[in-house]
Design a protein around this ligand. Structure first.
Ligand code: NAD
Length: 250
């Protein structure tokens, strides 16, 4: 049975990835900040290994990684999905952005990926596994007032090609850049919502719809498979074509 760790796996895209992996027969561990969401995941699937972890906290990550090592045993880790992070892209006007808030974005995305990957690397090497990092199309394009998020996501893209070069041939690393992915149905029950998209929401995507967590989960599973064995250090935009549409002002 293949093994995976998904950070931020208790809600949203991470939850969708966990679900897909479990349906495909993987053993899955989750690191997430939100205890309530983790409890719900655990109640729905007793075989998950759920840990309340802030991925930006070195001590917590090291301790939880030890628990993962014990749980996995000699087989090692086949897949690490570094997905956790503050999903709100708007940090506000630059003049009002405090250093503490800037660091919160960098810590949850970039430092979190660094700490998690470093702590799980021996297990990944053991299994000749692979890493998938979760960036965003906002690493490549922006709305106003999103400097902290854009910087964090750009850093993840760059870190991923560096990882590919450092960790090959044992471990591959690739980066997914999602566009607009609807996560309402994948939140903990207190925050769950049904998708409600307007024609305008759909029509701005060349594929005619907003993204689903399944669109990301499918790519994660494929990137972790032997079929993707010649692919490392790459970035994959999954946005229904939204970022390639040319826009002329009227
Ligand atoms: P979400 O908020 O629905 O879920 C994120 C999960 O990560 C939550 O369960 C949260 O508790 C957890 N988390 C946040 N910070 C954490 C930390 N420091 N340590 C541990 N867990 C933490 O978000 P989502 O929309 O599913 O986004 C998941 C990833 O995908 C994020 O990295 C986000 O930036 C990226 N992304 C999302 C979209 C989108 O449209 N949904 C688009 C592009 C990129």
């Amino acid at each position: 049975m293949k093994t995976a760790l998904v950070t931020g796996g208790a809600q949203g895209i991470g939850h969708g990835i966990v679900s897909r992996l479990r349906n495909d027969g993987w053993r899955v561990a989750i690191f997430d900040l939100d205890r309530e969401a983790l409890d719900e995941m655990q109640a729905g699937d007793v075989d998950l290994l759920c840990h309340a972890v802030d991925v930006g906290d070195e001590g917590q990550v090291v301790e939880a990684a030890r628990a993962v090592a014990d749980w996995i045993g000699p087989q090692g880790l086949d897949l690490l999905v570094s997905n956790a992070g503050i999903s709100d892209p708007v940090s506000g006007p630059l003049e009002d952005l405090s250093l503490a808030d800037w660091r919160r974005w960098q810590d949850s995305h970039v430092t979190g990926a660094f700490l998690t990957i470093r702590a799980l690397l021996p297990l990944l090497r053991q299994a000749r596994g692979s890493i998938v990092t979760m960036a965003s199309t906002r690493a490549l394009q922006s709305e106003p007032d999103c400097e902290a998020y854009a910087a964090a996501k750009g850093a993840l893209v760059a870190m991923t090609h560096a990882l590919a070069v450092s960790l090959g041939p044992e471990v591959r690393a690739n980066c997914i850049l999602p566009g607009w992915i609807e996560t309402g149905p994948w939140q903990k029950s207190a925050n769950r919502s049904a998708p409600a998209h307007s024609d305008r929401d759909r029509d701005q995507h060349p594929v005619g719809r907003v993204g689903r967590v399944e669109d990301i989960a499918g790519l994660v599973v494929w990137l972790a498979s032997d079929e993707a064995g010649f692919i490392t250090g790459q970035r994959f935009v999954v946005d229904g074509g939204m970022s390639v549409r040319m826009i002329y002002a009227d």
